[in-house]
Design a binder for this molecule. Structure first.
Ligand code: UDP
Ligand code: MG
Length: 326
């Protein structure tokens, strides 16, 4: 194992016991004529079924240089992907899902394309996406449109897991929360958007098992989206965003309440039952809340930018086969 690896293929897997075997076979077949050195990294994200056992059976297959990273528990797809990226040694890193929805046969062409087009990130575009319309496709169309507007990186399919990166670039980006869906937005923070491209890829319906995300995901994605947009736009001082609305509300409430004060105590008018009184008090309370939110947002921005010590994942064990270089 001395030569430099050209490509690391990273796959996060969680309870995919039926898919993991066929996955390794399909990746091996897809890469048979690749002609360069590559490795496969499976990250077992705390599966509770036979995923890890089935993955380990593949270590016997000496035609694939395989490593299996076993996480201590389920940390979520983003953290699992980060674990794989941290483990990868290739000059290029490809990511894909472990449920056979992405097609590894797209990988060699994507490698050609990222090099020919001199890109840092090449994103798959599921032109024929095989997922539900209302809960999956429509929310992601909206997300793609909004992120494109804000970041200037116009992609059709931010959320496609099949992507290829220059390792040096993706290793600079710290994935967090549920942010794997919006990686191009983060990459756009470190390279010009002209170095991010897309390419149509094949997409299959899920064959085994079920999606790891239910309807609550749609809401989570909306919240993630808001956070991404927010942090892209107000990364530096989120407190200023909420704080300025809070201060404006505070100023307006002060004017209203002062006016009512003068009206009642200096001019002696009866102000009981005035809607304005309620509005003034409400605005004052909102301004307190908004300013508090601003302070919290500042604290969150620090946590998000990694200024805390909680590791995103913990590795229990790394298994590796003894395949010769491919
Ligand atoms: N996954 C993971 N950890 C999790 C949830 C999912 O590693 O906590 C993996 C999962 O096994 C699959 C990929 O992430 O390989 C995408 O998950 P899924 O297919 O459920 O998502 P969908 O395709 O429905 O977006
Ligand atoms: Mg899937």
């Amino acid at each position: 194992m001395t030569d430099a690896i050209e490509l690391s293929v990273v796959v996060p897997i969680y309870n995919e016991e039926e898919s993991v075997g066929p996955l390794v076979v399909r990746i091996r077949e897809a890469m048979a004529n690749f002609g360069r050195s590559w490795e496969l990294i499976l990250v077992d994200d705390g599966s509770t079924d036979a995923t890890l056992a089935n993955a380990r059976k593949e270590l016997a297959d000496s035609s694939v240089r395989l490593r299996i990273v076993e996480l201590q528990r389920n940390f979520g797809q983003t953290a699992a992907m980060q674990a794989g990226i941290d483990t990868a040694t290739g000059r290029l890193i490809a990511t894909l899902d472990g449920d056979l929805q992405n097609d590894p046969r797209d990988i060699p062409a994507m490698v050609e394309a990222i090099e020919a087009r001199e890109l840092d990130l090449l994103v798959g575009w599921r032109k024929n996406r095989q997922d539900g319309l209302f809960l999956r496709k429509i929310p992601s169309w909206c997300a793609n449109y909004l992120i494109g507007k804000i970041t200037g990186v116009k992609l059709h399919d931010y959320g496609c897991s099949l992507k290829i990166y220059q390792a040096s670039i993706i290793k600079q980006v710290k994935l967090m929360g549920e942010m794997h869906r919006f990686i191009p937005a983060w990459v756009a923070g470190v390279v010009p958007s002209s170095r991010i491209g897309e390419m149509p890829v094949t997409h299959h319906a899920r064959q085994h098992g079920t999606s790891k995300y239910g309807i609550s995901r749609t809401f989570r994605v909306i919240l993630d989206l808001l956070s991404v947009l927010f942090f892209m736009r107000y990364k530096a001082r989120p407190g200023h965003f909420f704080g300025s609305i809070g201060l404006a509300a505070g100023a307006l409430s002060t004017i209203i309440l002062l006016y009512l004060f003068v009206d009642k105590f200096l001019l002696g008018n009866d102000i009981g039952g005035r809607p304005m009184l309620i509005v003034g008090v409400m605005l004052f309370l909102s301004s307190v809340q908004l300013i508090t939110t601003g302070i919290l947002a500042e604290m969150m921005a620090r946590i998000y930018s990694g200024e805390n010590d909680t590791p995103p994942y913990i590795v229990r064990k790394v298994f590796s086969g003894d395949a010769p270089n491919t």
